[in-house]
Write a protein that binds this ligand. Structure first.
Ligand SMILES: [Zn+2]
Length: 220
């Protein structure tokens, strides 16, 4: 299978579906990641909190820790990636070229405006694609007033260590997010989702659309 994961920022994919993608790679599937921004940002006073160079370097290292090497990073503004035709077009081009069987993207009710924008733009760009999943809103930035309803689970017990290792590659984000408390929070959600399906660790997704093919089975 060919799997495409679309994220607004370097770190979103790792937090939300890193274990699933690492498992897909381990099991011989093709994985591509499309990141919509170089992900550097400033604070309210305009001081640089994370440069584009550092974000790209740390994010690349983090995706490598998951075994992902097909990484495309676009240059939309980190905090402003709206549901707009140029964003849809950019994702469209990637989908046409890569021709994925499965697409993962943000949850449309994620509270981060760039996450929601990328989600809606991906929904538009994937209008002719039959299997699209939303990963969980990204904690700590993406809490939502709309409940996430897990519908698809992936057992990531075999790749939880890679997922945690990838989070630690985001060295400049680690302290901002709370250090080991952040890692533990992400880890605990995988533990909780795993418990729900009788496994040690899992990641959960909502289904936008799924094509069932007889004689085939989703078997990452
Ligand atoms: Zn993000």
């Amino acid at each position: 299978m060919k799997i495409l994961a679309v994220g607004a920022h370097l770190d979103d994919i790792e937090i939300a579906c890193g274990g699933t993608l690492a498992k897909a790679v381990e099991n011989g599937h093709e994985v591509k990641v499309l990141i919509m921004s170089k992900s550097g940002y400033t604070n309210k006073e305009g001081n640089v909190q994370r440069s584009d160079e550092i974000a790209v370097q740390e994010g690349t290292n983090a995706l490598h820790a998951l075994g992902i090497t097909d990484i495309e990073i676009l240059d939309f503004p980190t905090k402003d990636i709206p549901w707009r035709s140029d964003v849809v077009n950019a994702i469209d081009v990637c989908i046409d070229k890569y021709d994925p069987d499965i697409i993962f993207t943000h949850h449309p009710f994620d509270t981060h405006q760039a996450h929601a924008g990328v989600s809606n733009a991906t929904i538009a760009a994937a209008r002719r694609r039959n299997t699209v999943f939303f990963y969980e809103p990204i904690s700590p930035s993406g809490r939502s007033y709309v409940a996430f309803k897990p519908q698809l689970y992936v057992d990531i017990s075999q790749t939880i260590d890679k997922k945690v290792a990838s989070l630690r590659e985001h060295k400049s984000e680690y302290h901002k997010f709370g250090g080991e408390d952040w890692v533990e929070g992400v880890h605990a959600r995988c533990s909780f989702r795993g418990y729900e399906i009788g496994k040690k660790y899992a990641e959960a997704f909502e289904v936008l659309r799924i094509e069932m093919e007889f004689g085939k089975k989703f078997n990452l």
